[in-house]
Structures are given as C-alpha cells and as structure tokens.
Design a protein around this ligand. Sequence first.
Ligand SMILES: [Zn+2]
Length: 367
Amino acid sequence: LVILSFVSSIHASVIASSALSSNGFNEEDLVSISQKYPELNSLTFASVKINLANNKSDSSQIELKLYSEKNNDVYVVTKSGKNIEVEKIELKYDVIVKSVEGVIRHTLYESVIRELNFPDIAEKLSESFQDEFTSTKGLKKAAQFQFDIEQYFDHGTFIKNGQILNASLFVRKAISKKTYQFSADKMVWELLPDNATLVEKPFYLPVNSSSISSLFQLNRRHPVTKKHQPHNGIDFRARTGSPVFPALDGEVTTIARSRSKGKYITILHENGYKTTYMHLKKIEKNIKVGKMVELSDQIGEVGRTGFATGTHLHFGIIKDGFFVNPIFLLKRYSFAQKDQNIEIESENIEKNLMNMEISDEDIEEDK
Ligand SMILES: [Zn+2]
C-alpha cells in the first residue's frame, strides 16, 4: 500500500469543481457530488490536500480535503472505485501567530509581498494605512513595517492565514499602529488605528479653535524643506498671539528653540504620554522646566517661529519615544469650551472629524 499525501494548492480561493477535476475526479463524479452536496458549489476553499492510496490488488483510492476559506469546515471527498463519499467535518486547527517585518521600499504592497507572499494580506494592509500613509516617495531607509498574523495548520501543514492581529508602520520617529478591534459603528471586527475606539479621549484641544490645516501623516513633502518626512502632529490654525494651553495637566520637561520647531514646549503627563507645542510666538515667563501646569494655565502664544509658512500651532503627542496620531486621543473642544460641546463628544470619530474644519489650502508647515 502506497500513500501519497500533498497539498495541491494553497490559499488560491479555489472552487470545488476545479479542485476536484484537477485531482482525479471526472465529469460523472462531479455530477454525483453536487447532487449529494449542492452547497459545495457555492463555497471557496483556501487549500486542497490530497491523499492517494494505491492498493495493489484493488483500485486506487483518492481522498481530497477541501478547507473552507471562511470557517473551520473541511469537506472530505473520497473516491474508491466508483464509490464517492462526501463528509463535512469541523477541524481543530493548530494556530500560530507569525510576526512579519521588513523595510518599506517602493510601495507598501510590494514591501509586504516580499516578506509574506499573499496578495490579499498585502492589499488589506495597504488599505488600512491609506489615510496616514499615502506615499512612499522619497523614503530613505528609515521606513519599516511589522505585523502579527494568525496562521492555520493541519497536522503541520500550512492551510490558510487568519486575522492580522496588529500592524505598525514606522517612519523615522513617527508610528502608526493598528489593532484588530470591534468597530461599534460598523458592527464588525477590523484593523483600526490604536485608540480609534477610545470613548473617553484624554486630551483637550490646546487652542480655542478646532480649525485644522494639516493632519498627522507618515510621509509628506515638506513645503519649506521640500523633503519627504512624517508630519508628526496636527496643525491648528489660529491667530497670532492666541493663547496655548496644556492638553492635560502635566510637568514641563522641555522649553527650547530650534531652527525647525521654533520656540516650543514639551509636557509629560501622568498617563505616560508627552505633548509638544511648536512655532510659539512666546512662552509665558512663569513656565519653567519642572513646573507643574494645569489645563487652565496659559503656557504660550501661537506664532510662526521655526520652519513655518504661516501662523499655526503644531501639536504633537509622543508615546514611548514615537509620535502617534493625535486625532484619536483628542477631544473635540478645548478645556475652556468644554461646557459648550457636550453633544459633539458622543458622536463617532468620522463625524467628529467632519465637525472639525480641515482644509488643504494654505497648508502651514513645520517639522
Ligand atoms: Zn505641523
């Protein structure tokens, strides 16, 4: 008795009829199978595993395992002589979590494919980052991706990929991380930005304005330096001299001036995040490194010091040394406006984003 076992196709989204006909089942067999199991015709399969048993005295036997793409169902089709049986079983897969990482070159899609050759996975990742990572133009070596994905095995044989549990892109000191979460708006599980489903956003707007001229981006052409680099925060449009407030109580850790950031302040908060405020016209005299500041304390005034083409506040949030997207951590009103906007707070993030005035014209820049 000779038994041959192999996986004839992997993750090809095959339909039953083509899997069967390319693995020793003839026209007549197909008709009899679809009579017994009509549902087979409407399903797609991630993998097909074939076992061939060659019995010297009698005819050969073919056993085909069809692994459903959508769930844990496996259809076992056996042909012994003229006799055909179909059995549906629910398989207990061995699931491992595979961590995949690589550098980003050319497109994100191609960079993922280079490390894990599944087009559907690369496509899903590209789609989920398209808001914050629109271009790979001008990227040098400092861009990387990392993700964790479930993989399903049947007795040591890879059958199919499962969920992408989390995924991160890093460009210099900026990070965009997504995790597999339940979206209450859409009522589905999907890859969403970290903090996107936070009900209670920890930070208040640092200015009494919700007009945004530029959002967080992992790679953007800087209009002053013309170089491609992350836009590490959000730009708020406000008049010169408008008061700037801490986004939350905290301790001032940096007061400095740099060629690109202009006059800026960084504050460390109890929740572990740091916030930073750039291009300030002036910093209040009583604000010193080590001083504890509260939400109602004015720390400076909006200006255009540093690399800025216009007056605005660049506001950044830092977690574990990386700039993260502030939009998912910010309330939609400042501390002073907190009693006026209660109904806005309960709305979902997309609606909140629409309530904020975002325009691409007259983009005001910084580093
Ligand atoms: Zn900015």
